[in-house]
Design a protein around this ligand. Structure first.
Ligand SMILES: [Zn+2]
Length: 106
């Protein structure tokens, strides 16, 4: 009887752990406000903080705001100014994106 009770308890605890793990996964998913899309014509690359940017050596979990100033779109090389969030206050701002290579001669 007691053994049966313990088995049930273990089952409940295991199930709770599984649910917690599931919730954790949802929590670390980026919201649309944290995903930024490149506005350059024909690009459309989306920066996802969950994935980072392998090409730019940006580790997973780096927010767009925390990217280095000289970070560029891994697809087309556009600067950060060419990006806007998928949602949120900044998503409807007009982007004045400078075409590639006209403003990068330092
Ligand atoms: Zn781009």
């Amino acid at each position: 009887m007691i053994l049966e009770y313990h088995r049930t308890l273990i089952r409940i605890v295991t199930a709770t752990h599984q649910i917690n793990g599931f919730l954790k996964e949802i929590e670390i998913m980026a919201t649309p406000e944290e995903m930024w899309q490149c506005q350059t014509v024909n690009c459309g690359y989306i920066y996802n903080p969950d994935k980072g940017d392998k090409k730019g050596k940006i580790p997973k979990g780096t927010k767009f705001d925390d990217l280095p100033d000289d970070w560029k779109c891994p697809i087309c090389g556009a600067t950060r100014k060419c990006f806007r969030p998928l949602a949120g206050p900044g998503s409807s701002n007009d982007i004045k994106c400078v075409p590639l290579d006209t403003n990068s001669n330092k």
